[in-house]
Design a protein around this ligand. Structure first.
Ligand code: TYD
Length: 215
C-alpha cells in the first residue's frame, strides 16, 4: 500500500460532522487546484445496497458487509473518473470515510486480518483528518434524525471511537499525515481548523509557487 498524493480522507464516529464539514469546505474552496468531494458508501450500485442495510431494510452478516464496503471502494477508486484517476490528474480528492471506517466499524465484529486483506490493494491517503468527539456528544447531535442507522448506538460508538484512537498512530507509521481536529466546537471553529489543515497539503504549496512564478 502506497500513499497517494492529493488524496484526503475524513474520519470520525457517527455525528462527528465529517459530512457537514466537507460541504462547508467545498463551498469555500477556490478553483485551483480543483476539489472533488466524495463519500463512502458511494451512490453506486454497491453503495446503494449498503445503505439499505444501514437503514435496517435488509440484514446481512458482518463479514459480508466488510466485503461489500471493500467492493464499493474498489469501484470508487479504480473506475473511470474515480479517485485514482482524479488524484493523478492533480485534483484534491476529499473522501468522507474510507478504509479506516471499515477497520473501526466492521473491525468490531470481523477480524482485522479479514479487513486488511480485503483492502490490501488500496492506496493510503496523503492526509487523514480525524474529527475527534466524545460519542455521547456526537449521538446527541444525530438523535433527531428520522431513521436510526445500524451503528448509531452508544455501545457501538464507544468501541468505534476507541478503535479509531488505536488506528491513528498506525496510519502515521504507514506514511499518511494524520491531523486530529477537536469536533466539539461550533461549525465555524471546526471549519477554520480544517481550513488550516488543508493548506498544509503539498499541492497547495505548489499552487502558491506557480502563482508566484506567474506574476
Ligand atoms: P455516514 O458516513 O454517517 O453517512 P450518512 O451521514 O449519510 O449517514 O454513514 C455511513 C455509515 O457507514 C456510518 O455508520 C459508518 C459506516 N461505514 C462502515 O461501517 N464501514 C465503512 O467502510 C464505511 C465507509 C462506512
Amino acid at each position: 500500500m502506497a500513499v497517494m498524493s492529493n488524496f484526503v480522507v475524513f474520519e470520525g464516529g457517527d455525528g462527528s460532522g465529517t459530512t457537514t464539514q466537507l460541504s462547508i469546505l467545498r463551498r469555500r474552496w477556490a478553483t485551483d487546484p480543483p476539489l472533488w468531494a466524495t463519500a463512502e458508501p458511494t451512490n453506486g450500485p454497491i453503495g446503494r445496497l449498503i445503505r439499505q442495510v444501514l437503514r435496517k431494510a435488509d440484514h446481512i452478516c458482518p463479514q459480508t458487509m466488510a466485503h461489500l464496503f471493500a467492493a464499493d471502494r474498489a469501484e470508487h477508486l479504480f473506475a473511470a473518473r474515480g479517485i485514482v484517476e482524479r488524484c493523478r490528474q492533480g485534483t484534491v480528492v476529499v473522501c468522507d470515510r474510507y478504509v479506516p471506517s471499515s477497520l473501526a466499524y466492521q473491525g468490531i465484529e470481523c477480524s482485522t486480518e479479514l479487513i486488511e486483506r480485503l483492502n490490501a490493494d488500496f492506496p493510503l491517503p496523503e492526509l487523514l483528518v480525524f474529527f475527534d468527539i466524545e460519542p455521547d456528544c456526537a449521538l446527541k447531535r444525530i438523535k433527531g434524525r428520522p431513521v436510526q442507522e445500524l451503528y448509531e448506538e452508544a455501545a457501538i460508538q464507544e468501541k468505534v471511537c476507541n478503535r479509531y484512537r488505536e488506528l491513528l498512530p498506525v496510519y502515521r507509521g504507514l506514511g499518511s499525515t494524520v491531523e486530529v481536529i477537536d469536533a466539539h466546537g461550533s461549525q465555524d471553529e471546526i471549519a477554520e481548523a480544517l481550513w488550516a489543515v488543508m493548506q498544509k497539503l503539498p499541492i497547495m504549496g505548489k499552487v502558491r509557487n506557480y502563482e508566484t512564478l506567474d506574476l
